[in-house]
Design a binder for this molecule. Structure first.
Ligand code: MV4
Length: 435
């Protein structure tokens, strides 16, 4: 096993990874920006190295400085967490070239799946259903013909996008040319790649993602799904597992399909396959995420399997020591993301507890909430045997939580968890649009 791992991330996910390392007897090095000097992960890690200024490109995106930090501290592996360099194939390759293990899939798999259009083509070839759509758009005439064939409304997506970045909906032909131009320009400036493609815009669908673990020996197990349909401004708000919408039969088929997607892409480590599922139970692949996801704890709580520890073991060439039959889904788990809506100093915080309540956060009293990074302060996770009881537990935990000093989405999460919409379980991807 590795004896020392460098964590190339910050905030709650850095804390999450440090905890896994500690339990495994692995020493930790954390890299940090000037603004994070007093942060919880920096205090928790065995070693810390300041790698630059507060702008992500000067620190958490600075590949050279991070690789140097790993070499200097003799860390054998780097865990990238999510965001930042976690899905950057160039970074994973640089790790390889420097003899450092990148804790994630091989760089060429990251690269392939990072091209959302190529990923669609691969899935289509191996018989995984995809949303009806086009290849990369090469002219406005082609786009108009393709959109007529697909049928409006269509969604324009950036090949280099993903996670809702760089997507636009087009309702009629008159808007198409301009939207393609704008989307392509946004893709060029945002991702350095102007390629866009189209998909039929599906409405009344659910956004379901399937968690998979694959070792280096061809063993693949699926840890079930997460329902991520509740999103506001392309940000997930609440996730739950199991999805209140899926039948056991449909879940089984999604899991088999996700495993097939992993197998034919020579996947290794933890990965997530995203699907849209319509009311008739048809499902369509939309993209694959080659990183640990923010919402991974709900799967851990449902299955009892520590995904971060398995990422580390798999990267260290260990075999999965359990099979699909060993994976059991027990009860129901919900996660609420806690976001800051202002900056400021956390004068006082109280993190809720009790049976079945988990809070993954790097919040500590006195901490400064800075504007340079993602606004997520933490994740509140509730687990119980039934969905009803889990909803009640989450409501109670949300009400118990105290965050003094910055504005947060706490009240809005309380409203949502108490709503008929959530209670019914019958929400879809459009439920939170302009609410
Ligand atoms: C879609 C879609 C409908 N049709 N693609 C959003 C995140 C990204 N990974 C994919 N997403 C979607 N892709 C097609 N062809 C619906 C979503 C979607 C969504 C869209 C608008 C508002 C909220 C949403 C929540 C989940 C998924």
């Amino acid at each position: 096993m590795f004896t020392k791992i460098l964590i190339a991330n910050r905030g709650e996910i850095a804390v999450r990874i440090i905890r896994a390392c500690r339990e495994m007897g692995i020493e930790t090095v954390v890299v940090y920006s000037e603004a994070d000097a007093e942060s919880l992960p920096v205090a928790m890690a065995d070693e810390r190295i300041c790698i630059g200024g507060n702008s992500p490109k000067d620190s958490y995106l600075n590949m050279e400085n991070i690789i140097s930090a790993a070499l200097v501290t003799k860390a054998q592996a780097i865990h990238p967490g999510y965001g930042f360099l976690s899905e950057n194939p160039e970074f994973a390759k640089k790790c390889d070239e420097n003899g450092i293990v990148f804790i994630g899939p091989p760089w060429d798999v990251i690269k392939l799946m990072g091209d959302k259009e190529k990923a669609r083509e691969l899935m289509s070839e191996i018989g995984v259903p995809i949303v009806p759509g086009s290849g990369v758009i090469t002219s406005i005439e082609e786009a108009e013909a393709e959109a007529d064939r697909i049928g409006y409304p269509v969604m324009i997506k950036a090949s280099a996008g993903g996670g809702g970045k760089g997507i636009r909906v087009v309702f009629k032909k008159e808007e198409l040319a301009e939207s393609i131009r704008v989307a392509s320009e946004e893709a060029r400036s945002g991702f350095g790649n102007a390629d866009v493609f189209m998909e039929k815009y599906l409405v009344g669908v659910r956004h379901i993602e399937v968690q998979v673990l694959a070792d280096k020996f061809g063993n693949i197990v699926c840890l079930g799904e997460r329902d991520c349909s509740l999103q506001r401004n392309k940000q997930k708000v609440i996730e739950e597992t199991p999805s209140p919408f899926l039948s056991d039969e449909l879940r089984e088929r999604l899991m088999e399909t996700a495993k097939k997607a992993m197998k034919f892409s020579y996947y290794e480590n933890a990965g997530t396959v995203e699907f849209l599922v319509d009311k008739e139970g048809n499902f369509y692949f939309i993209e694959m995420n080659t990183r640990l996801q923010v919402e991974h704890p709900i799967t851990e709580e449902l299955t009892g399997i520590d995904i971060v520890k398995w990422q580390i073991r798999i990267a260290c060439e260990m075999k999965l020591n359990f099979t699909q039959e060993d994976v059991q889904f027990k009860g129901h788990v919900i996660e609420c993301r806690i976001n800051a809506r202002s900056t400021g100093t956390l004068n006082f915080i109280h993190i809720p507890g009790g049976k079945g309540v988990r809070c993954d956060t790097a919040m500590i009293s006195g901490m400064e909430v800075v504007p340079y990074y993602d606004s997520m302060l933490g994740k509140l996770i509730a687990r119980s045997l039934t969905r009803e009881e889990t909803v009640r537990k989450m409501e109670s935990a949300l009400c118990e939580m105290i965050i003094d000093g910055v504005e947060t989405n706490q009240e809005s999460q309380i409203d949502l968890i108490r709503s008929q919409l959530f209670y019914s379980g019958m929400y879809d991807t459009r439920s939170l649009e302009d609410r």
